[in-house]
Design a protein around this ligand. Structure first.
Ligand code: MOS
Length: 713
């Protein structure tokens, strides 16, 4: 039932291997296998291409390049990011490193891979622009941002000049990739003019729109099935080459075709979080009241397909100040377009903004927890609307008490245990809460089961389980009598899993469907019945169905009258090796207020996962572009550093009791990305507290700390 930390209902399927992921589907008959080859230059054109050896290789069924690939709808930069076409192999010009240039289908995976390697492509390379830092050097780029990308209240320049206490600093955050365990994969099957794609997708209905646009098909002639998805993190929101090419080849060959990207291809064929340079300004009175907040962001972009994330937006609503200016601009590089990656906007935004708040606390000589509480607000400063469920200060106070914040070293680099310099850090978290149109269908069968149907996905987050809990609660039946059918475009459309909105959207719709079912039953049995299934058997021998809907934020009055976010505060203790600069996280606590929690076990697991990504952003992760060729220097999981078990000590996530009635009648908000918000900042601030060295270029690697470490006593 709602609020119970039950085990995942799909857990047994997963641990026994019976949860079948798209690439593992066996039910479509013997498939062919596709392999994509990508460009080995970052900018230029294909001078010549020789496919003869690949075509003659054993088992090869098809070799496509831009010269013979089927016609597709040309790319158009439409505002609907999901519905726009994503054609492949469309011409001889190369716009980014790794762009698909050839596609081979063969009888086996090995034959396809071997033949793809035989496609000979000669490129004419041009020098591209690959370096964000270089393009921004030697100028105050923030002064030239045009008004289109800004939000301005009062006069930040004047407030900064008046001070008296100010911080002005430039921070940088690198490219990030999502990298779920399950690689992007598609099995495409055509039958009687209908295409079914078994694919790893977070939002199947929206994914179908993009595929239909690309292939110039009616949406109705495509079914998308993503029954099990092995992680998404944003990387499975949009259509990619494996699905487009598998679908086209399956049609051309009249056989099922499977394509899975390699781990290295995820770096070139799936978008990243763009690298960002942030310029932050803060001004405060001597007692710590903020008078000015400024955040200017300059972000890598790809001209033909612009993408940005709202890195500067957290500065608009996290704290109040009379003078505020947030601006964003993009710098076009010859680097593939970005995409959504784990808390777009908030993750890098809070990492740098909460670092700047720490710098301000130090200049003020003020406890960083107190500084944050002092600048708390009940009114969204940007929208002038009440903030619903604003429990930021509660999270900070509760976390400080549980963590033992009063034990923190007040002076940086003042505590030492043997070789370790010890530091504590704190940061606030805030994540936008959205609601999107969702419909679900519930069926009560005459043989005593409840079945939930929705095209909502479970990307590893626990949707199957919470959907069953909400339906069980709504109908007063045990969870064991509920089945959940998800992630097929045949089912009623949802907003899928993205933006942390899946749980609340789906739960609200399910609960409304339960209400409708109860009303139908009460209509014939009265309200006093005590066995739902007996009444259904008696009065509805064919079973009973009802739908439930969740409105979009735009149509729900609560979303016009309240500004809706989720909140948190995180606390970290680190040790930094005084000789080598090695940073070890020693412990961490996150305290979150994110509405009513449907399942504390799956929720805690999600929050801990998010916190680990926060730690990763502070200390580990970053992808680097070779400024000569535009390739990813560390484009594999051997060199793209992420935390491993040894990097993560005992960390804990606490959820404060919460019920946000302004979000929806169940009080539920999103939690998926909240754990990743702010947690990087608390680690970064702990590193500063340990060492007295402020690293503003993330991640904080030991080479950046070493030059500033205190001399060994
Ligand atoms: Mo999320 S980065 O919208 O999957």
């Amino acid at each position: 039932m709602i609020g119970e930390g039950i085990n995942r209902i799909d857990g047994p399927l997963k641990v026994t291997g019976r949860a079948v992921y798209s690439y593992e589907r066996q039910d479509a008959g013997q498939p062919l296998y596709g392999c994509i080859q990508g460009a080995s230059i970052g900018k230029g054109r294909i001078a010549s291409i020789d496919t003869s050896a690949a075509e003659a290789a054993p088992g090869v069924r098809l070799v496509w390049t831009h010269r013979n690939a089927p016609e597709q709808q040309p790319f158009e930069n439409k505002p609907d990011l999901f519905g726009r076409p994503h054609p492949e192999l469309t011409g001889d010009s190369i716009a980014y490193y790794g762009q698909p240039v050839a596609f081979v289908v063969a009888d086996s995976f090995e034959q396809a891979s071997a033949a793809a390697a035989l496609v000979r492509v000669d490129f004419e390379a041009e020098q591209g622009a690959y370096d964000l830092d270089a393009s921004l050097a030697q100028k105050k780029w923030w002064e030239t941002i045009d008004a289109g990308g800004e939000s301005r209240f009062g006069d930040v320049d004047k407030a900064m000049a008046q001070g008296p206490v100010t911080v002005e600093a430039t921070y940088s955050t690198p490219y990030h990739f999502s990298h779920p365990i399950e690689l992007p994969a598609c099995l495409a099957v055509w039958k009687d003019g209908h295409l079914t794609v078994y694919v790893a997708a977070q939002m199947v209905n929206q994914f179908r729109s993009g595929l239909a646009a690309t292939l110039k098909l009616d949406r109705k002639s495509i079914t998308v099935d993503s029954a099990f998805v092995g992680g998404g993190f944003g990387s499975k929101l949009f259509l990619h080459a494996e699905t487009v090419l598998a679908s086209l080849a399956a049609r051309a060959l009249d056989k099922p075709v499977k394509v899975m990207l390699t781990r290295r291809q995820v770096f070139t064929m799936v978008g990243h979080r763009p690298a960002v340079i942030s310029h932050i300004r803060l001004a405060a009175t001597p007692d710590g009241q903020l008078t000015a907040i400024g955040h200017d962001a300059n972000m890598q972009s790809f001209g033909p397909e612009p993408w940005s994330e709202p890195v500067e937006a957290v500065a608009r609503s996290l704290y109040a100040a009379p003078n505020r200016l947030t601006r964003q601009t993009k710098t076009d590089l010859d680097v593939r377009a970005g995409e959504a990656v784990r808390a777009p906007g908030e993750l890098p935004g809070l990492l740098v903004f909460e670092s700047a708040m720490d710098e301000l606390a130090e200049k003020l000589g003020m406890d960083p927890v107190e500084l944050r509480i002092k600048n708390d607000t009940d009114i969204d400063p940007e929208l002038n609307l009440p903030l619903s469920g604003r429990r930021l200060a509660d999270c900070l106070r509760e976390g400080a008490a549980r963590f033992g914040w009063d034990q923190r070293p007040i002076t940086p680099a003042s505590r030492r245990e043997g070789q370790w310099l010890i530091g504590y850090g704190v940061a606030s978290a805030m994540r936008a809460h959205y609601q999107g149109p969702t419909e679900v269908k519930l069926r009560i069968t005459a043989d005593g089961r409840v079945v939930v149907f929705s095209d909502m996905t479970d990307i590893g987050t626990g949707t199957y389980t919470i959907a069953a809990q909400v339906a069980a609660s709504g109908l007063g039946v045990p969870v064991s009598q509920v089945s959940v059918e998800l992630a097929r475009t045949d089912y009623p459309a949802s907003q899928g899993s993205g933006g942390s909105w899946g749980a609340s959207n789906t739960s609200v719709a399910i609960d409304r469907a339960c209400q409708a079912l109860r009303e139908q039953i009460a209509g014939v049995a009265g309200t006093g019945y005590n066995d739902l299934f007996a009444e259904v058997r008696r009065h509805f021998p064919q079973g009973l169905e009802a739908s439930g809907k969740t409105l979009s934020s735009g149509k729900d009055p609560n979303y016009q009258n309240f500004s809706q976010y989720t909140y948190g505060a995180s606390f970290a203790e680190v040790g930094v090796d005084a000789d080598t600069g090695e940073v070890r996280l020693r412990r961490m606590l996150g305290v979150f207020a994110a509405g009513r929690i449907i399942n504390p076990k799956t929720a805690r697991s999600q929050l801990l996962g998010g916190m680990i990504w926060g730690i990763s952003a502070a200390l580990h992760e970053g992808a680097y572009v070779d400024p000569r060729h535009g390739s990813w220097v560390n484009g594999d999981l051997a060199e793209y550093v992420i935390p491993v078990h040894a990097d993560i000590p005992d960390i804990e996530a606490i959820m404060l009791y919460d019920h946000d009635e302004h979000a929806n009648h169940l009080g539920i908000k999103g939690i998926g990305e909240l754990g990743a918000c702010g947690t990087g900042g608390c680690v970064a601030n702990a590193v500063y507290n340990a060492t007295g060295v402020r690293v503003r270029d993330f991640p904080i690697t030991l080479g950046k700390l070493l030059p500033g470490l205190p001399a060994v006593a």
